[in-house]
Design a binder for this molecule. Structure first.
Ligand code: FAD
Ligand code: DHB
Length: 394
């Protein structure tokens, strides 16, 4: 099989890349390890920066997002038993939108399958295995894989390594070239989805002496709630009653916290991770394949979308004008935004979580920081402009 861009991974990064390339008249094939049903049901992020919404809107895949997404103009920080609103829109003129990552994935898969490819190849191959990349430092890179029990090779001009944190693409960059920045946090998030109305119209980020809690939502009748927990937390030790009790305590809610039926539970590890460079020859890493952030502040999917904007534009210029200049700068341009996203996610995580072994001084500094952020307009603006998304370079 031959195509212009071979893309590994049908998450937000790989699917958006394939879609933007299609709009630019560039052919691609997406290879995905999991089934369509699996990737469409995988529960993950839920908050889109204004720039991500604009990107999906310009790409013509945001009809449902505009119908079902919930625009938010502020968030609440809760600590020491009191709530403090950060008026995002007043401070920045921008909004953020709640719309589940799996809904973005569904919309992109539908668009790719409906449009197909010029070459007649399938737009997406699900349930592929044994995926490996070859000859990435030549002009003819290849991807080998197995589909339906048949070993195949995809010849292409470039490879999009969009296969997430546990994918194989990052490993194709030689150790002598790659630099890894890694921080593992001593806690995780226990996340649930429940059939109940949201706790409040806006998201609540709560710092409590027993640990962080976040109240967010997916719709008017589905709430998403997170609790700081141990990295190796055993979900069997978290019956629904314990989850509700802990949420009530940490969020400091009364009747606003409606206890509906919990229909999804999971534990998300917390890690900050970046590799540099994000390109090796004709292999380009994007999204979680190159970097992950702890989820506080919801930057993960938004950073993946930002990488893809640069990569799609770079490939477009290459094929339209034989101009590789943007591709040459891909890593550098993306990393500037990624490091700001890393800094923000690390800062939000540090300010809001309980660190075991924290001394009394550190605790008071943490609360002073929250107090400052919720009372100084300058500090609030710093939080708000990062939260809604910094401007794109490309
Ligand atoms: P992914 O969405 O991971 O997509 C990669 C795709 O590649 C997957 O479909 C995978 O199946 C496929 N793949 C992997 N290996 C191969 C292979 N060898 N061959 C073919 N295909 C392969 N972010 C937030 O902002 N807020 C959150 O609350 C939040 N919660 C999260 C919870 C979990 C459990 C995880 C894992 C992440 C969470 N994130 C969250 C991060 C956010 O979901 C990611 O940043 C986002 O998914 C990145 O998109 P991506 O396309 O780069 O990677
Ligand atoms: C969501 C997740 C986050 O990590 C966050 O900071 C805000 C919202 C969410 O799942 O809705």
């Amino acid at each position: 099989m031959r195509t212009q861009i071979g893309i590994i991974g049908a998450g937000p990064a790989g699917l958006l890349l394939s879609h933007l390339l299609h709009l630019a008249g560039i052919d691609s094939v997406v290879l995905e390890a999991r089934s369509r049903a699996y990737v469409e049901e995988r529960v993950r992020a839920g908050l889109l920066e204004q720039g991500s919404v604009d990107t999906l809107t310009e790409a013509g895949v945001a009809d449902r997002l505009h119908r079902q997404g919930l625009a938010h103009h502020g968030i609440e920080l809760r600590f020491d038993g009191a709530g403090h609103r950060i008026p995002l829109t007043d401070l920045t003129g921008k909004v953020v939108t709640i719309y589940g990552q799996q809904e973005v994935v569904k919309d992109l898969i539908a668009a790719r399958l409906a449009a197909g490819t010029r070459s007649g190849n399938p737009a997406i191959l699900f349930e592929v295995s044994d995926v490996a990349v070859h000859d990435v430092t030549t002009d003819n890179p290849r991807i080998s894989f197995t589909h339906d029990g048949v070993a195949q090779v995809l010849d292409c001009a470039f490879i999009g390594g969009c296969d997430g944190f546990h994918g194989i693409c990052r490993g194709a960059i030689p150790e002598a070239i790659i630099r890894v920045y890694d921080r593992i946090y001593p806690f995780a998030w226990l996340g649930i989805l429940s059939h109940s109305r949201p706790v409040s119209e806006e998201l609540i980020y709560a710092r409590h002496q027993d640990g962080f809690a976040l109240a967010t939502m997916r719709s008017e009748s589905v709430t998403r709630l997170y609790l700081q927990c141990a990295p190796d937390e055993n979900l069997d030790e978290w019956p629904d009653s314990r989850i509700w009790e802990e949420l009530h305590k940490r969020l400091g809610c009364g009747d606003e916290l409606q206890q509906g039926k919990i229909f999804q539970k999971g534990v998300t590890a917390m890690r900050s991770y970046v590799v540099e460079p994000m390109r090796h020859g004709r292999l380009f890493l994007a999204g979680d394949a190159a970097h992950i952030v702890p989820p506080t502040g919801a930057k993960g999917m938004n950073l993946a979308i930002a990488d893809i904007r640069v990569l799609a534009r770079g490939l477009e210029r290459f094929f339209a004008r034989n101009d590789a200049s943007l591709l040459e700068q891909y890593s550098e341009i993306c990393l500037r935004r990624i490091w700001k996203g890393q800094r923000f996610s690390w800062w939000m995580t540090s300010m809001l979580h309980r660190f075991d072994g924290e001394d009394r001084f550190e605790h008071r500094v943490q609360v002073a920081e929250l107090d400052y952020v919720s009372t100084s307009r300058a500090a609030m603006t710093t939080l708000a402009e990062n939260y809604v998304g910094l401007p794109y370079e490309v």
